[in-house]
Write a protein that binds this ligand. Structure first.
Ligand code: GTB
Length: 216
């Protein structure tokens, strides 16, 4: 059955792979599943046809036969459950990997997104610098904790898993901030993840959308 995901017609990141379709593309590449991409404009995302797939009018969505999913956590989990390569067959290892998936999305990603919101929408406020320090402090707390846990391991729980995929993709949003470099083991963790052939294919695929849009 054909898998179709949605992605931005024009990603505001200019092809840096920061929009969340990248993690879905990456998961599909890791398990060797081909997929098609339907590009949507910001306007189309808020129209009834897309809202039927995604109640919040966002990307990415995932369609496979009569199954339609939204939320990257659920999509990556679905892919990992249906195909081998992202979740261990061992029940406890699998449960721990799932815990890291939730940790990536519920504990680490929120302060990182908050920083982006502050930088995007609050830059003109008199209290901007002060607020940014507070928000970055919350990220630094999480990074210190995560760094302590990762130590010198390659991945969070032995083998690379869907937990690593989501965690690394979340941390990628800090590329260029300097904050990851404060923890060389986390910077190396993200670099290790980005060096995976599946990530590279996913990255190139999302970049191709941007390149086609700017040269076409
Ligand atoms: N919790 C949802 C999930 O994990 O699927 C969040 C989905 C989401 O935030 N989607 C964003 C979206 O559709 C795109 S990824 N936004 C449009 C809207 O809400 O109207 C977020 C994103 C967008 C752009 C950049 N960038 O340009 O750097 C980075 C991340």
């Amino acid at each position: 059955m054909t898998i179709t995901i949605t992605a931005f017609e024009r990603s505001p990141d200019g092809g840096k792979g920061l929009a969340r379709d990248t993690r879905v593309r990456w998961a599909l590449e890791e398990v060797g599943q081909p997929y098609e991409v339907r590009l949507v404009s910001f306007r189309a995302m808020k129209e009834p046809a897309h809202l039927a797939l995604h109640p919040f009018g966002q990307i990415p969505t995932y369609q496979e036969g009569d199954l339609a999913l939204f939320e990257t956590g659920s999509i990556v989990f679905h892919i990992a459950e249906r195909h081998s390569g992202l979740l261990s067959d061992d029940a406890n290892a699998r449960a721990r990997a799932i815990a890291w998936m939730f940790a990536a999305l519920n504990t680490v990603e929120p302060p990182i997104v908050n920083r982006e919101v502050v930088m995007l929408l609050e830059r003109d406020k008199t209290w901007y610098e002060e607020r940014l320090l507070v928000v970055e402090g919350r990220i630094r707390d999480r990074l210190s904790e995560l760094s302590g846990r990762v130590g010198d391991a390659d991945w969070l729980e032995g083998e690379f898993s869907a937990g690593d995929l989501l965690m690394a993709d979340v941390l990628r949003r800090l590329n260029g901030s300097g904050m990851l470099d404060e923890h060389p083991n986390l910077a190396a963790y993200v670099a290790r993840a980005e060096a995976r052939p599946a990530f590279k294919r996913a990255f190139e695929a999302q970049l191709a959308v941007f390149t086609a849009a700017t040269t076409g």
